[in-house]
Design a protein around this ligand. Structure first.
Ligand SMILES: *Cc1c(COP(=O)(O)O)cnc(C)c1O
Length: 465
Protein backbone atom coordinates (compact mmCIF):
# COMPACT_ATOMS: atom_id res chain seq x y z
CA UNK A 1 0.00 0.00 0.00
CA UNK A 2 1.39 3.38 -0.86
CA UNK A 3 1.87 5.80 2.01
CA UNK A 4 -0.49 8.41 0.66
CA UNK A 5 -3.32 5.90 0.27
CA UNK A 6 -2.79 4.75 3.85
CA UNK A 7 -2.91 8.37 4.97
CA UNK A 8 -6.08 8.93 2.98
CA UNK A 9 -7.75 5.98 4.74
CA UNK A 10 -7.35 7.78 8.06
CA UNK A 11 -9.94 10.26 6.83
CA UNK A 12 -12.61 7.52 6.93
CA UNK A 13 -14.77 7.50 10.06
CA UNK A 14 -15.02 4.29 12.08
CA UNK A 15 -18.23 2.26 12.16
CA UNK A 16 -19.02 3.67 15.60
CA UNK A 17 -18.34 7.25 14.59
CA UNK A 18 -20.65 6.99 11.61
CA UNK A 19 -23.33 5.29 13.69
CA UNK A 20 -23.13 8.07 16.29
CA UNK A 21 -23.54 10.64 13.55
CA UNK A 22 -26.67 8.81 12.37
CA UNK A 23 -28.11 8.31 15.85
CA UNK A 24 -30.55 11.22 15.79
CA UNK A 25 -31.76 10.91 12.20
CA UNK A 26 -35.56 10.60 12.28
CA UNK A 27 -35.60 8.82 8.87
CA UNK A 28 -33.80 5.91 10.52
CA UNK A 29 -36.00 5.51 13.59
CA UNK A 30 -37.62 2.30 12.28
CA UNK A 31 -34.32 0.72 11.18
CA UNK A 32 -33.12 -1.84 13.76
CA UNK A 33 -29.62 -1.21 15.14
CA UNK A 34 -28.12 -4.44 13.77
CA UNK A 35 -29.37 -3.66 10.29
CA UNK A 36 -28.01 -0.13 10.39
CA UNK A 37 -24.63 -1.39 11.61
CA UNK A 38 -24.49 -3.87 8.74
CA UNK A 39 -25.34 -1.12 6.27
CA UNK A 40 -22.66 1.20 7.67
CA UNK A 41 -20.07 -1.56 7.65
CA UNK A 42 -20.88 -2.42 4.03
CA UNK A 43 -20.59 1.18 2.94
CA UNK A 44 -17.30 1.76 4.78
CA UNK A 45 -15.80 -1.46 3.38
CA UNK A 46 -16.65 -0.38 -0.15
CA UNK A 47 -15.24 3.08 0.50
CA UNK A 48 -12.03 1.63 1.94
CA UNK A 49 -11.62 -0.60 -1.08
CA UNK A 50 -12.18 2.33 -3.41
CA UNK A 51 -9.46 4.36 -1.69
CA UNK A 52 -7.01 1.44 -1.62
CA UNK A 53 -7.56 0.87 -5.32
CA UNK A 54 -6.43 4.43 -5.85
CA UNK A 55 -9.81 5.65 -7.02
CA UNK A 56 -9.80 8.90 -5.05
CA UNK A 57 -9.98 10.25 -1.51
CA UNK A 58 -12.62 9.01 0.93
CA UNK A 59 -15.94 10.84 1.04
CA UNK A 60 -16.45 13.08 4.04
CA UNK A 61 -18.54 11.76 6.98
CA UNK A 62 -21.59 13.89 6.09
CA UNK A 63 -21.71 12.48 2.57
CA UNK A 64 -21.28 8.95 3.93
CA UNK A 65 -24.10 9.52 6.43
CA UNK A 66 -26.36 10.80 3.65
CA UNK A 67 -25.58 7.67 1.62
CA UNK A 68 -26.53 5.42 4.50
CA UNK A 69 -29.83 7.27 4.89
CA UNK A 70 -30.54 6.95 1.16
CA UNK A 71 -29.70 3.24 1.13
CA UNK A 72 -31.88 2.60 4.16
CA UNK A 73 -34.72 4.50 2.51
CA UNK A 74 -34.39 2.43 -0.66
CA UNK A 75 -34.23 -0.85 1.22
CA UNK A 76 -37.33 0.08 3.22
CA UNK A 77 -38.19 -1.48 6.54
CA UNK A 78 -39.82 -4.50 4.95
CA UNK A 79 -38.45 -6.41 2.01
CA UNK A 80 -41.82 -7.66 0.75
CA UNK A 81 -44.06 -4.68 0.13
CA UNK A 82 -46.83 -3.39 -2.09
CA UNK A 83 -45.88 -2.32 -5.60
CA UNK A 84 -47.91 -0.41 -8.17
CA UNK A 85 -48.28 -2.71 -11.15
CA UNK A 86 -48.25 -0.55 -14.26
CA UNK A 87 -47.24 -3.38 -16.58
CA UNK A 88 -50.79 -4.23 -17.63
CA UNK A 89 -50.15 -7.91 -16.90
CA UNK A 90 -53.07 -8.84 -14.65
CA UNK A 91 -51.69 -12.12 -13.28
CA UNK A 92 -48.04 -11.08 -13.01
CA UNK A 93 -46.13 -13.95 -11.39
CA UNK A 94 -43.22 -11.73 -10.30
CA UNK A 95 -45.64 -9.22 -8.77
CA UNK A 96 -47.59 -11.75 -6.74
CA UNK A 97 -50.21 -13.02 -9.24
CA UNK A 98 -53.79 -12.63 -8.03
CA UNK A 99 -54.83 -9.88 -5.61
CA UNK A 100 -57.22 -11.19 -3.01
CA UNK A 101 -60.64 -9.63 -2.45
CA UNK A 102 -61.55 -7.36 0.46
CA UNK A 103 -63.70 -10.11 1.88
CA UNK A 104 -60.73 -12.49 1.73
CA UNK A 105 -58.60 -9.89 3.55
CA UNK A 106 -61.28 -9.53 6.20
CA UNK A 107 -61.38 -13.28 6.74
CA UNK A 108 -57.56 -13.45 6.89
CA UNK A 109 -57.50 -10.81 9.60
CA UNK A 110 -60.35 -12.41 11.55
CA UNK A 111 -58.90 -15.89 11.46
CA UNK A 112 -55.30 -14.77 11.99
CA UNK A 113 -56.00 -12.63 15.05
CA UNK A 114 -58.04 -15.22 16.96
CA UNK A 115 -58.11 -18.94 17.54
CA UNK A 116 -60.32 -20.71 15.04
CA UNK A 117 -62.15 -23.98 14.46
CA UNK A 118 -59.49 -24.95 11.90
CA UNK A 119 -59.55 -28.61 12.89
CA UNK A 120 -62.28 -28.79 15.47
CA UNK A 121 -65.80 -29.95 14.77
CA UNK A 122 -67.70 -27.52 16.99
CA UNK A 123 -70.81 -29.71 17.09
CA UNK A 124 -69.13 -32.86 18.37
CA UNK A 125 -65.91 -31.41 19.84
CA UNK A 126 -64.09 -34.10 17.86
CA UNK A 127 -61.12 -33.47 15.67
CA UNK A 128 -62.26 -31.98 12.35
CA UNK A 129 -60.66 -31.63 8.95
CA UNK A 130 -59.21 -28.31 7.80
CA UNK A 131 -60.45 -29.06 4.30
CA UNK A 132 -64.06 -29.26 5.47
CA UNK A 133 -64.23 -25.44 5.31
CA UNK A 134 -63.93 -25.42 1.52
CA UNK A 135 -65.01 -28.89 0.37
CA UNK A 136 -68.70 -28.09 0.21
CA UNK A 137 -68.10 -24.89 -1.72
CA UNK A 138 -65.79 -26.63 -4.18
CA UNK A 139 -68.10 -29.56 -4.87
CA UNK A 140 -71.16 -27.32 -5.29
CA UNK A 141 -69.30 -24.89 -7.56
CA UNK A 142 -67.68 -27.53 -9.77
CA UNK A 143 -70.18 -30.37 -9.67
CA UNK A 144 -67.45 -32.76 -8.51
CA UNK A 145 -67.98 -35.46 -5.88
CA UNK A 146 -65.06 -34.45 -3.68
CA UNK A 147 -62.28 -31.89 -3.38
CA UNK A 148 -58.82 -31.43 -1.90
CA UNK A 149 -56.57 -28.39 -1.62
CA UNK A 150 -52.77 -28.37 -1.44
CA UNK A 151 -50.06 -25.73 -1.55
CA UNK A 152 -50.15 -25.00 -5.29
CA UNK A 153 -51.10 -26.65 -8.56
CA UNK A 154 -47.60 -28.06 -9.08
CA UNK A 155 -48.03 -29.86 -5.74
CA UNK A 156 -51.49 -31.05 -6.80
CA UNK A 157 -50.08 -32.64 -9.96
CA UNK A 158 -47.20 -34.19 -8.01
CA UNK A 159 -49.55 -35.61 -5.38
CA UNK A 160 -51.94 -37.02 -7.96
CA UNK A 161 -49.18 -38.70 -9.97
CA UNK A 162 -47.44 -40.06 -6.88
CA UNK A 163 -50.69 -41.50 -5.60
CA UNK A 164 -52.04 -42.95 -8.82
CA UNK A 165 -49.03 -43.77 -10.94
CA UNK A 166 -45.89 -44.35 -8.84
CA UNK A 167 -43.85 -46.98 -10.69
CA UNK A 168 -46.41 -47.11 -13.48
CA UNK A 169 -47.06 -45.41 -16.79
CA UNK A 170 -48.86 -42.14 -17.50
CA UNK A 171 -49.90 -41.44 -21.08
CA UNK A 172 -49.52 -37.78 -22.16
CA UNK A 173 -49.64 -36.05 -25.54
CA UNK A 174 -46.29 -34.69 -26.77
CA UNK A 175 -48.01 -31.41 -27.52
CA UNK A 176 -48.83 -31.03 -23.83
CA UNK A 177 -45.39 -31.63 -22.27
CA UNK A 178 -45.21 -28.02 -21.20
CA UNK A 179 -42.85 -25.96 -19.17
CA UNK A 180 -44.30 -23.02 -17.33
CA UNK A 181 -42.33 -20.33 -15.50
CA UNK A 182 -40.65 -21.12 -12.20
CA UNK A 183 -39.16 -24.51 -13.05
CA UNK A 184 -42.41 -26.39 -13.55
CA UNK A 185 -41.97 -28.95 -16.29
CA UNK A 186 -44.46 -31.73 -16.67
CA UNK A 187 -41.78 -34.36 -17.50
CA UNK A 188 -39.73 -33.40 -14.42
CA UNK A 189 -42.70 -33.45 -12.05
CA UNK A 190 -43.59 -36.82 -13.46
CA UNK A 191 -40.14 -38.26 -12.88
CA UNK A 192 -40.10 -36.97 -9.31
CA UNK A 193 -43.46 -38.58 -8.64
CA UNK A 194 -42.03 -41.92 -9.68
CA UNK A 195 -44.36 -42.16 -12.66
CA UNK A 196 -43.12 -43.26 -16.05
CA UNK A 197 -43.90 -40.87 -18.87
CA UNK A 198 -45.40 -42.39 -21.99
CA UNK A 199 -45.47 -39.70 -24.70
CA UNK A 200 -47.88 -40.08 -27.57
CA UNK A 201 -48.58 -38.18 -30.78
CA UNK A 202 -46.49 -35.33 -32.14
CA UNK A 203 -46.05 -31.73 -31.08
CA UNK A 204 -48.89 -30.49 -33.23
CA UNK A 205 -51.17 -33.51 -33.63
CA UNK A 206 -52.33 -36.23 -31.27
CA UNK A 207 -55.26 -38.55 -31.99
CA UNK A 208 -57.38 -40.76 -29.78
CA UNK A 209 -55.83 -43.78 -31.52
CA UNK A 210 -52.39 -42.69 -30.22
CA UNK A 211 -53.61 -42.89 -26.63
CA UNK A 212 -55.41 -46.20 -27.26
CA UNK A 213 -52.28 -47.81 -28.72
CA UNK A 214 -50.11 -46.65 -25.82
CA UNK A 215 -52.28 -48.32 -23.17
CA UNK A 216 -50.75 -51.48 -21.76
CA UNK A 217 -50.82 -53.57 -18.58
CA UNK A 218 -48.70 -50.99 -16.74
CA UNK A 219 -50.78 -47.92 -17.65
CA UNK A 220 -52.07 -46.13 -14.56
CA UNK A 221 -53.40 -42.84 -15.87
CA UNK A 222 -54.32 -40.84 -18.96
CA UNK A 223 -53.22 -37.25 -18.38
CA UNK A 224 -54.34 -34.17 -20.23
CA UNK A 225 -52.48 -30.92 -19.58
CA UNK A 226 -53.87 -27.55 -20.52
CA UNK A 227 -51.22 -25.82 -22.64
CA UNK A 228 -51.73 -22.68 -20.62
CA UNK A 229 -48.92 -20.51 -21.80
CA UNK A 230 -48.66 -21.24 -25.49
CA UNK A 231 -50.71 -22.27 -28.46
CA UNK A 232 -49.81 -24.49 -31.37
CA UNK A 233 -51.66 -22.99 -34.29
CA UNK A 234 -52.19 -24.22 -37.83
CA UNK A 235 -52.32 -27.95 -38.63
CA UNK A 236 -53.23 -29.24 -35.20
CA UNK A 237 -55.34 -31.91 -33.58
CA UNK A 238 -55.90 -32.85 -29.99
CA UNK A 239 -58.22 -35.14 -28.16
CA UNK A 240 -61.12 -33.70 -26.18
CA UNK A 241 -61.62 -34.45 -22.50
CA UNK A 242 -64.83 -36.28 -23.34
CA UNK A 243 -63.14 -38.60 -25.88
CA UNK A 244 -60.34 -39.36 -23.44
CA UNK A 245 -62.88 -40.16 -20.73
CA UNK A 246 -64.67 -42.61 -23.05
CA UNK A 247 -61.39 -44.34 -23.80
CA UNK A 248 -60.44 -44.42 -20.12
CA UNK A 249 -63.82 -45.89 -19.16
CA UNK A 250 -63.60 -48.57 -21.85
CA UNK A 251 -60.13 -49.61 -20.68
CA UNK A 252 -60.63 -49.09 -16.94
CA UNK A 253 -58.04 -46.33 -16.61
CA UNK A 254 -58.63 -43.05 -14.77
CA UNK A 255 -58.26 -39.71 -16.58
CA UNK A 256 -56.75 -36.60 -15.05
CA UNK A 257 -56.72 -33.08 -16.45
CA UNK A 258 -54.36 -30.36 -15.26
CA UNK A 259 -56.33 -27.26 -16.19
CA UNK A 260 -53.68 -24.79 -15.00
CA UNK A 261 -55.74 -21.66 -14.64
CA UNK A 262 -59.06 -23.33 -14.10
CA UNK A 263 -61.78 -20.74 -14.33
CA UNK A 264 -65.12 -21.28 -12.63
CA UNK A 265 -66.88 -18.85 -14.94
CA UNK A 266 -67.15 -18.70 -18.72
CA UNK A 267 -65.49 -15.43 -19.70
CA UNK A 268 -66.87 -15.48 -23.25
CA UNK A 269 -69.55 -13.03 -22.16
CA UNK A 270 -66.67 -10.56 -21.69
CA UNK A 271 -65.16 -11.04 -25.13
CA UNK A 272 -62.62 -13.68 -24.08
CA UNK A 273 -62.05 -16.73 -26.30
CA UNK A 274 -63.39 -20.09 -25.24
CA UNK A 275 -61.51 -21.86 -22.45
CA UNK A 276 -62.83 -25.00 -20.79
CA UNK A 277 -64.11 -24.18 -17.29
CA UNK A 278 -63.71 -26.45 -14.26
CA UNK A 279 -67.44 -27.39 -14.12
CA UNK A 280 -67.38 -28.31 -17.85
CA UNK A 281 -64.32 -30.48 -17.40
CA UNK A 282 -65.90 -32.23 -14.43
CA UNK A 283 -69.12 -32.69 -16.44
CA UNK A 284 -67.11 -34.30 -19.24
CA UNK A 285 -66.44 -37.11 -16.74
CA UNK A 286 -62.74 -36.43 -16.03
CA UNK A 287 -61.87 -38.31 -12.83
CA UNK A 288 -59.48 -35.74 -11.39
CA UNK A 289 -59.15 -32.04 -12.32
CA UNK A 290 -56.47 -29.77 -10.89
CA UNK A 291 -56.04 -25.99 -11.09
CA UNK A 292 -54.41 -23.03 -9.32
CA UNK A 293 -56.05 -20.92 -6.64
CA UNK A 294 -54.28 -17.73 -7.68
CA UNK A 295 -54.67 -17.64 -11.44
CA UNK A 296 -58.07 -16.94 -13.02
CA UNK A 297 -59.86 -18.05 -9.86
CA UNK A 298 -58.46 -14.91 -8.20
CA UNK A 299 -57.79 -16.34 -4.75
CA UNK A 300 -54.74 -17.22 -2.64
CA UNK A 301 -51.93 -19.49 -3.85
CA UNK A 302 -53.31 -23.01 -3.73
CA UNK A 303 -53.61 -26.17 -5.78
CA UNK A 304 -57.17 -27.37 -6.01
CA UNK A 305 -58.07 -30.93 -6.95
CA UNK A 306 -61.67 -31.94 -7.59
CA UNK A 307 -63.01 -35.22 -8.86
CA UNK A 308 -64.35 -38.68 -8.15
CA UNK A 309 -64.69 -39.44 -4.47
CA UNK A 310 -62.85 -42.78 -4.56
CA UNK A 311 -59.81 -41.22 -6.25
CA UNK A 312 -59.70 -38.02 -4.19
CA UNK A 313 -59.88 -40.23 -1.08
CA UNK A 314 -56.68 -41.98 -2.15
CA UNK A 315 -54.93 -38.62 -2.57
CA UNK A 316 -56.10 -37.53 0.87
CA UNK A 317 -54.60 -40.64 2.47
CA UNK A 318 -51.19 -40.21 0.84
CA UNK A 319 -48.60 -39.02 3.43
CA UNK A 320 -47.37 -36.52 0.84
CA UNK A 321 -50.68 -34.73 1.30
CA UNK A 322 -49.67 -33.86 4.87
CA UNK A 323 -46.41 -32.40 3.61
CA UNK A 324 -48.18 -30.30 0.99
CA UNK A 325 -51.03 -29.11 3.16
CA UNK A 326 -52.32 -25.55 3.22
CA UNK A 327 -52.38 -23.27 6.24
CA UNK A 328 -55.33 -21.48 7.84
CA UNK A 329 -54.66 -18.26 5.93
CA UNK A 330 -55.03 -20.01 2.61
CA UNK A 331 -58.23 -21.65 3.78
CA UNK A 332 -59.66 -18.35 5.05
CA UNK A 333 -58.88 -16.50 1.81
CA UNK A 334 -59.97 -19.39 -0.40
CA UNK A 335 -63.27 -19.79 1.44
CA UNK A 336 -64.02 -16.06 1.01
CA UNK A 337 -63.09 -16.22 -2.69
CA UNK A 338 -65.26 -19.26 -3.36
CA UNK A 339 -68.09 -17.71 -1.36
CA UNK A 340 -68.15 -14.80 -3.84
CA UNK A 341 -68.66 -17.26 -6.72
CA UNK A 342 -71.49 -18.96 -4.89
CA UNK A 343 -73.09 -15.66 -3.93
CA UNK A 344 -72.86 -14.44 -7.53
CA UNK A 345 -70.65 -11.45 -6.66
CA UNK A 346 -67.37 -12.78 -8.10
CA UNK A 347 -67.19 -10.46 -11.11
CA UNK A 348 -67.57 -7.33 -8.98
CA UNK A 349 -65.57 -8.31 -5.91
CA UNK A 350 -62.68 -10.48 -7.08
CA UNK A 351 -59.91 -8.12 -8.22
CA UNK A 352 -58.57 -10.43 -10.95
CA UNK A 353 -61.98 -10.72 -12.61
CA UNK A 354 -62.67 -7.02 -12.17
CA UNK A 355 -59.36 -6.03 -13.77
CA UNK A 356 -59.82 -8.47 -16.65
CA UNK A 357 -63.35 -7.38 -17.49
CA UNK A 358 -63.16 -3.64 -16.85
CA UNK A 359 -64.27 -1.76 -19.97
CA UNK A 360 -61.57 0.11 -21.89
CA UNK A 361 -63.35 3.44 -21.36
CA UNK A 362 -62.82 3.15 -17.61
CA UNK A 363 -59.16 2.19 -17.98
CA UNK A 364 -58.68 5.13 -20.33
CA UNK A 365 -60.31 7.52 -17.91
CA UNK A 366 -57.89 6.34 -15.19
CA UNK A 367 -54.99 7.04 -17.55
CA UNK A 368 -56.38 10.53 -18.24
CA UNK A 369 -56.72 11.23 -14.53
CA UNK A 370 -53.11 10.22 -14.02
CA UNK A 371 -52.01 12.52 -16.84
CA UNK A 372 -54.04 15.44 -15.46
CA UNK A 373 -52.47 15.07 -12.04
CA UNK A 374 -48.99 15.76 -13.40
CA UNK A 375 -47.74 19.33 -13.33
CA UNK A 376 -48.07 20.90 -16.82
CA UNK A 377 -44.31 21.50 -16.99
CA UNK A 378 -43.56 17.84 -16.18
CA UNK A 379 -46.14 16.70 -18.70
CA UNK A 380 -44.57 18.82 -21.42
CA UNK A 381 -41.00 17.86 -20.63
CA UNK A 382 -41.78 14.13 -20.64
CA UNK A 383 -44.05 14.39 -23.66
CA UNK A 384 -46.62 12.56 -21.55
CA UNK A 385 -49.78 11.41 -23.28
CA UNK A 386 -52.41 8.70 -23.12
CA UNK A 387 -52.03 5.91 -25.69
CA UNK A 388 -54.13 2.85 -26.43
CA UNK A 389 -52.28 -0.43 -26.13
CA UNK A 390 -52.63 -4.18 -25.56
CA UNK A 391 -52.22 -5.78 -22.14
CA UNK A 392 -51.86 -9.43 -21.15
CA UNK A 393 -53.74 -11.73 -18.84
CA UNK A 394 -50.48 -13.29 -17.60
CA UNK A 395 -49.95 -16.21 -15.23
CA UNK A 396 -49.83 -18.56 -18.18
CA UNK A 397 -53.54 -18.01 -18.73
CA UNK A 398 -55.19 -17.16 -22.04
CA UNK A 399 -51.84 -16.58 -23.82
CA UNK A 400 -53.32 -15.40 -27.09
CA UNK A 401 -55.63 -12.84 -25.55
CA UNK A 402 -54.63 -9.23 -25.94
CA UNK A 403 -56.60 -7.07 -23.57
CA UNK A 404 -57.39 -3.61 -24.91
CA UNK A 405 -55.85 -1.12 -22.51
CA UNK A 406 -54.71 2.48 -22.06
CA UNK A 407 -51.36 3.68 -20.81
CA UNK A 408 -49.58 6.92 -20.07
CA UNK A 409 -46.54 7.07 -22.37
CA UNK A 410 -43.56 9.03 -21.08
CA UNK A 411 -40.06 10.05 -21.97
CA UNK A 412 -38.29 11.47 -24.92
CA UNK A 413 -35.87 8.71 -25.95
CA UNK A 414 -34.63 5.41 -24.58
CA UNK A 415 -32.20 6.86 -22.02
CA UNK A 416 -34.84 8.98 -20.37
CA UNK A 417 -37.43 6.19 -20.43
CA UNK A 418 -34.97 3.86 -18.74
CA UNK A 419 -33.95 6.44 -16.16
CA UNK A 420 -37.60 7.09 -15.28
CA UNK A 421 -38.28 3.37 -15.09
CA UNK A 422 -35.34 2.89 -12.72
CA UNK A 423 -36.33 5.82 -10.51
CA UNK A 424 -39.93 4.65 -10.29
CA UNK A 425 -38.79 1.18 -9.20
CA UNK A 426 -36.59 2.77 -6.50
CA UNK A 427 -39.47 4.90 -5.21
CA UNK A 428 -41.87 4.31 -2.36
CA UNK A 429 -44.13 2.63 -3.27
CA UNK A 430 -42.16 1.15 -6.14
CA UNK A 431 -43.82 1.41 -9.54
CA UNK A 432 -43.18 -1.18 -12.26
CA UNK A 433 -44.00 -0.18 -15.82
CA UNK A 434 -42.67 -1.34 -19.17
CA UNK A 435 -40.24 0.32 -21.54
CA UNK A 436 -41.36 -0.05 -25.16
CA UNK A 437 -39.91 1.72 -28.20
CA UNK A 438 -37.98 4.38 -26.29
CA UNK A 439 -40.89 5.27 -24.04
CA UNK A 440 -42.00 4.24 -20.60
CA UNK A 441 -45.57 2.96 -20.62
CA UNK A 442 -47.58 3.06 -17.41
CA UNK A 443 -50.44 0.71 -18.21
CA UNK A 444 -53.52 1.69 -16.27
CA UNK A 445 -55.43 -1.60 -16.56
CA UNK A 446 -53.54 -2.93 -13.55
CA UNK A 447 -53.30 0.37 -11.65
CA UNK A 448 -56.04 0.33 -9.01
CA UNK A 449 -58.26 3.44 -8.81
CA UNK A 450 -57.09 4.28 -5.31
CA UNK A 451 -53.45 4.18 -6.48
CA UNK A 452 -53.76 6.89 -9.14
CA UNK A 453 -52.97 9.82 -6.83
CA UNK A 454 -49.98 7.98 -5.32
CA UNK A 455 -48.74 7.04 -8.77
CA UNK A 456 -48.97 10.66 -9.92
CA UNK A 457 -46.90 11.77 -6.91
CA UNK A 458 -44.33 9.02 -7.51
CA UNK A 459 -44.10 10.01 -11.14
CA UNK A 460 -43.67 13.70 -10.36
CA UNK A 461 -40.85 12.83 -7.94
CA UNK A 462 -39.16 10.51 -10.43
CA UNK A 463 -39.43 13.10 -13.19
CA UNK A 464 -37.46 15.74 -11.30
CA UNK A 465 -34.39 16.53 -13.37
C1 LIG B 1 -49.70 -22.64 -13.70
C2 LIG B 1 -49.76 -24.07 -14.06
C3 LIG B 1 -49.28 -25.05 -13.18
C4 LIG B 1 -48.63 -24.69 -11.87
O1 LIG B 1 -49.51 -24.10 -10.99
P1 LIG B 1 -48.95 -23.38 -9.67
O2 LIG B 1 -50.19 -23.05 -8.91
O3 LIG B 1 -48.19 -22.20 -10.12
O4 LIG B 1 -48.10 -24.36 -8.96
C5 LIG B 1 -49.40 -26.36 -13.55
N1 LIG B 1 -49.94 -26.70 -14.73
C6 LIG B 1 -50.41 -25.79 -15.60
C7 LIG B 1 -51.01 -26.24 -16.88
C8 LIG B 1 -50.34 -24.43 -15.29
O5 LIG B 1 -50.80 -23.51 -16.15
Amino acid sequence: MSADRATALRGLPSVDQLLRRLAERPELSAVPRARLTALVRQLLDAERKRVLDGRGAPADPDTLAARVVERARRAGVFSLRPVINATGVVLHTNLGRALVSSLALERLAAVGAAYSNLELDLATKERGSRYSHVEGLLTRLTGAEDALVVNNNAAAVLLALETLAHGREVVVSRGELIEIGGEFRIPDIMRRSGAVLREVGTTNRTHLQDYAEAIGPNTALLLKVHTSNYRVVGFTADVSSRELVELGRARGIPVMEDLGSGSLVDLRAHAFPYEPTVPETVAAGVDLVSFSGDKLLGGPQAGIVVGKQAIVARLKKNPWNRALRIDKFTIAALEATLYAYEAGTALETIPTLRLLTEPLTRVRSRARTLLRRLAPATRARLKARVVDDRAQVGGGALPTVELPTAAVALGDGAAEAMRLDERLRAGDPPVVGRVVDDRLLLDCRTVLSHQVATLARALSAAAEP
